[in-house]
Design a protein around this ligand. Structure first.
Ligand SMILES: [Zn+2]
Length: 416
């Protein structure tokens, strides 16, 4: 069987034919050279407007890298034509295997991009004997295509989240769709300012903003302000995951402070290695942690009192009616204020200030699972970790869309 037959089986072009295939050897590596020519009686297509046009001249032969075959690199060789287009003048022709910008074929870019979803970009480059930059260009191609062809109609629920990157010195604002039938990342913006989120609403447009029924966010002031202004009709919910995270942060602070104090005063360091016992939910503790917690509960420590307040707060989410939940919230806040544990008091004050938005959770409870934003947030963390070596914003943006955007892919007759 000839290689041409295999190529035609994978990717057949209407207006071009695989004319010849040669196995080359440059002394270091072997590679396949595939010469392409226009099919007889087919016309060249103007790359500007897509019209068939007459041939003006032919350029020097160009080389396009294709998907490797049995570990052997494959190159398409083709002399691009210039067309004399009636509308655009003399322009280069468009060819179906290339976007005209890259030396890689579309098939190779999609191939590398698909692997870069499973492996890190570096691993992808190493596995297919190519460079990190080529993988980057491949992913960028796939993301550009996906963003251009994705459907954004019918989005009813969104979650707005922030993550720190660049060693925590900078923030990104992420907007997810969190509808039951579709959860995905739909927008990434630099920083977490009023301006950032305004950009998102500008991107979404008035029509689609009106369709929003639920918006989930944390208590970040800039977000609250913009949501109120831009989507006043949507139910705005303060996300459960972010509220729990705030309480956990306070517990961490109490524990660390108390641990230092006990040590300084020469007491037994009972709080040593207790961090996860206090932060995790009881049912998620390991056997060892559970024993440690049981031991700790004997002491009348501030950390323990804070921990018990946190555990009590989980009862809040069990309510069905917002009215009763609100009463529970008030009682909880009063208890915390009396506890005289400063970091916890700070959280209680914040919670009190945002009570209506927190109670909105009960209005929208059935609309989506509370774990969605948390799950996506964790995935983002993994993606940014995988993105080791991404120093620029555009890199991280592309990587996030690629991993979490559920973007459509160009239709291909064959998946490599
Ligand atoms: Zn044209």
């Amino acid at each position: 069987m000839r290689v041409q037959t295999m190529l035609n089986a994978c990717q057949k072009f209407k207006c071009f034919v695989y004319k010849a295939v040669q196995l080359m050897d440059d002394g270091q590596t072997k590679y396949l050279d595939v010469t392409l020519v226009p099919r007889k009686n087919s016309q060249a297509i103007c790359s500007q407007c897509g019209q068939p046009s007459s041939c003006y001249d032919r350029l020097e032969e160009r080389q396009f890298e294709f998907v490797p075959l049995w570990g052997i690199k494959v190159y398409f060789r083709y002399r691009m034509r210039r067309v004399n287009c009636a509308d655009c003048g003399v322009k280069i022709e468009s060819v179906p295997w290339s976007d005209g910008k890259q030396t890689m074929t579309k098939a190779l870019m999609q191939f590398l991009a698909n692997w870069a979803k499973k492996l890190s970009w570096e691993e992808t480059a190493r596995s297919f004997h190519t460079s990190w930059h080529k993988v980057f260009h491949a992913v960028r191609y796939a993301v550009d295509w996906g963003l251009k062809h994705r459907e954004l109609d019918g989005i009813e629920s969104i979650g707005i989240d922030e993550i720190a990157w660049k060693k925590g010195h900078q923030y990104l604002t992420l907007v997810y769709q969190i509808d039951a039938h579709c959860t995905r990342l739909i927008w990434v913006g630099k920083d977490r300012t009023v301006k950032t989120l305004l950009k998102f609403f500008k991107f979404l447009g008035k029509e689609k903003t009106k369709q929003l029924k639920h918006i989930c966010s944390d208590m970040w002031k800039a977000y609250l302000k913009v949501i109120k202004k831009k989507a006043p009709e949507a139910i705005h919910i303060l996300d459960r995951f972010h509220i729990v995270a705030k309480i956990n942060k306070a517990i961490d602070e109490v524990r660390a402070g108390e641990h230092r104090k006990l040590e300084a005063e020469g007491y037994e360091p009972v709080l040593k290695k207790s961090r996860w016992c206090l932060l995790k939910r009881k049912e998620n503790l390991t056997e060892h942690q559970e024993a440690k917690l049981k031991d700790l509960l004997k002491y009348n420590l501030r950390s323990i009192r804070a921990y018990l307040l946190k555990e009590d707060f989980h009862g809040f989410w069990e309510y069905v009616s917002a009215g009763w939940a609100g009463k529970y919230l008030d009682r909880w806040c009063t208890r915390v204020m009396r506890s005289k544990i400063e970091p916890m008091k700070k959280v209680a004050k914040t919670i009190r200030n945002h009570k209506p938005l927190i109670l909105n959770w009960f209005k929208a409870k059935k609309a989506f699972s509370s774990g969605i934003v948390e799950g996506l947030n964790n995935k983002v963390k993994v993606a940014t970790k995988k993105a080791y070596g991404f120093r620029t914003y555009s890199c991280i943006e592309i990587a996030l869309y690629h991993q979490l955007g559920k973007l459509p892919e160009p239709p291909m007759t064959h998946r490599f």
